[in-house]
Design a protein around this ligand. Structure first.
Ligand code: ADP
Ligand code: ADP
Length: 234
């Protein structure tokens, strides 16, 4: 279980070429069982980098390796590989379907993997209970809709959802930015536990203090990006 980026460069389509590349010659690797923290000021390209690492957006040049399997621009990404990469985003409210109860949100990936059209909480009750326990979520909360729970509770459910498929690689973009200290600790604890089971975990955050408590390694985006000097001044 590993994530590696080699010599990755990227410019957003339609951006001013005079501003140069947003990401330039970037190398990054996260090994099995490792939590890597990525720090960057706003606008430096952190979210863009994470989307490339999660194979959601192809890099202009360079390669992304997931468990040693190499992807470059134009390489099709098999569904199994896509499913082996879990993603947690900053805003659980934006990411969660407001019409789905928490139990449906958490078990949806399990149901979709089986080809079901909609989540099947009862079918996945066992795994759901395990995931809820990991997230320190009261089972009662699983029957609520997103608008009936706090940001912290919702984000813990979204992390549980990302863990449902036992990802080999877990990529998190500011996963605790909107949370209180209790939920921040719960979320970081879930991510650290997952790493202890062998997953390669990459967490981007501007909250260096909270992150350094769980990260095995801290990287500064400016330090691994040759475009670092220009980024943030666009
Ligand atoms: P960060 O996550 O570090 O704040 P982002 O990766 O979101 O940075 O964005 C880096 C820069 O690229 C910003 O200047 C942003 O406005 C720009 N950007 C992000 N996404 C796009 C896009 N889809 N098209 C054009 N520019 C973008
Ligand atoms: P985040 O930091 O979580 O990526 P942003 O507000 O930077 O949030 O971006 C929200 C969405 O808008 C992202 O999908 C990003 O790619 C896109 N985006 C950001 N900046 C631009 C831009 N200048 N032009 C087009 N799309 C952008």
């Amino acid at each position: 279980m590993s994530l590696e980026l080699r010599d990755v460069s990227y410019t957003h389509p339609g951006t001013d070429p005079a501003a140069g590349r947003l990401l330039d010659g970037l190398d990054l690797s996260v090994g099995a069982g490792e939590v890597t923290g990525l720090c960057a000021p706003s606008g430096a390209g952190k979210s863009t980098l994470l989307r490339i690492a999660a194979l959601m957006v192809p890099a202009d040049a360079g390669t992304v390796r997931i468990n040693g399997q190499e992807f470059s621009r134009g390489t099709p990404v098999p569904r199994e590989v896509r499913r082996s990469v879990g993603v947690v985003l900053q805003s659980p409210r934006a990411a969660a379907d407001p019409r789905m109860r928490l139990d449906a949100l958490v078990c949806a990936p399990l149901a979709f993997r089986e080809g079901a059209w909609r989540p099947r909480p009862r079918r996945h009750a066992g795994r759901l209970a395990e995931l809820a326990e990991l997230a320190q979520l009261d089972p009662e909360l699983l029957h609520r809709y997103p608008h009936q729970v706090s940001d912290g509770q919702l984000q813990r459910a979204m992390v549980a959802r990302a863990l449902a498929l036992d990802p080999d690689v877990l990529i998190c973009d500011e996963p605790t930015a909107q949370l209180d200290s209790e939920s921040t600790a719960a979320v970081l604890g879930m991510l650290a536990n997952r790493a202890a089971a062998g997953t390669a975990v990459l967490i981007a955050s501007h909250d260096t203090a909270a992150l350094s408590g769980v990260a095995d390694k801290m990287l500064d985006l400016g330090g691994i990006n040759r475009a670092g000097d220009r980024a943030g001044h666009a």
